[in-house]
Design a protein around this ligand. Structure first.
Ligand SMILES: Nc1ncnc2c1ncn2[C@@H]1O[C@H](COP(=O)(O)OP(=O)(O)OP(=O)(O)O)[C@@H](O)[C@H]1O
Ligand SMILES: [Mg+2]
Length: 325
């Protein structure tokens, strides 16, 4: 059986003011049914654009998929107009954003907002939708759901609003949950509770999770697989334990260094991350990371390295793999 999510060679550009800027430059991602994959990388590397393009949520134009394919549960969502993804959105894959406000209208009570989403996915009466909303709120751990459905978004804390946003993403009983920095705006204790909720939902529903984060601590806590993104490409993908224990790409090594030292993971040789990530409109030639890489050779400026399998699960896009580890 094919993977739940398969992205191959995805290229996407934004056309603004007569200029085309390519921000995804051949993204490859695979997520198995029931699996969990963290997508990590510095700000601007293309994580959110990737997540939104999976469900065709970007405005087209200015966004345009120029090459590659996206398959979710065997359905191609990258071909044709953006509306082809409608059948997949919500019912096969649900999305949770960093800011739960984006899922909740300030002038709509929690219950009405959730019931409206339930009715998008089920042919049912408002009464049945309200009943289903209560069940969903209970499932995401909201206390006193009967009282909560009467409340307005501003009456809930950030953590509770994020739970409601997760309930909305689950309303269509999706097989895949895409969560874009779902805990970044929350304090550490609430963050841990929301991550606990996501892992409970995965176990109970058999959900697959694509988790976007820049926090390797979150990756270690919540995902089995990880993909490291740099300047619109995946530079390394593999099991979290393996990538954190022995990152092969010099960029992954630099990210790994930022993680506090723990006894569970071997030490890495020091790797410094020079300079800033490049802007998509001013990308260096060859490997986009080479100007910041302390191992770079002249050849690195010439050719974009392909993502090559090191073993059945672990791939890396660097011919110098593992030199700094
Ligand atoms: N609507 C848009 N029009 C033009 N460029 C855009 C648009 N949205 C995003 N970009 C550009 O695409 C690139 C990738 O942005 P993206 O938001 O995916 O980064 P990110 O990895 O999610 O960063 P962060 O960690 O800050 O959320 C950036 O250079 C950004 O400026
Ligand atoms: Mg983002």
């Amino acid at each position: 059986m094919s993977a739940l999510l398969e992205v191959r060679g995805l290229r996407l550009e934004f056309n603004t003011a007569g200029r085309s800027i390519e921000v995804l430059r051949g993204v490859d991602l695979t997520l198995e049914r029931g699996g969990s994959l963290a997508l990590v990388g510095e700000s601007g590397s293309g994580k959110s654009v990737t997540a939104q393009s999976l469900l065709r949520l970007l405005d087209e134009p200015p966004a345009r998929i120029t090459a590659g394919s996206i398959h979710i549960a065997g359905r191609c969502v990258s071909e044709g107009p953006a509306c082809v993804a409608n059948a997949v959105r919500g019912s096969v894959a649900g999305m949770v954003f960093q800011d739960p406000q984006s899922a909740l209208h300030p002038c709509t009570r929690i219950g009405a907002a959730l019931a409206a989403v339930v009715r998008q996915h089920r042919h049912c009466t408002w009464r049945e939708a309200e009943q289903r909303s209560l069940e969903l709120l209970m499932e995401v751990g909201l206390d006193a759901p009967q009282r909560r459905v009467e409340q307005w978004p501003h009456q809930l804390s950030g953590g509770l609003r994020q739970r409601v946003a997760i309930a909305m993403a689950l309303a269509g009983d999706p097989q895949l949950l895409i969560a874009d920095e779902p805990t970044t705006a929350l304090d550490a204790t609430v963050q841990a509770r929301v991550l606990g909720l996501l892992s409970r939902l995965r176990a109970q529903r058999g959900l697959a999770l694509l988790l976007i984060t820049h926090d390797l601590g979150v990756v270690a806590a919540a995902a089995d697989e990880m993909a490291v993104m740099y300047a619109g490409r995946i530079v390394e993908q593999g099991p979290v334990r393996e990538v954190l224990a022995q990152p092969l790409h010099p960029y992954s090594q630099a990210l790994r260094q930022a993680l506090p030292r723990t006894d569970a993971l071997p030490r890495c040789a020091p790797v410094s991350l020079r300079g800033l990530p490049p802007l998509p409109e001013h990308l260096p030639t060859g490997c986009a990371f080479h100007p910041r890489c302390s191992h770079a050779l002249p050849a690195c400026a010439l050719e974009v390295p392909a993502l090559v399998a090191r073993n059945a699960q672990h791939s890396v896009a660097c011919p110098l793999e593992g030199q700094g580890a």
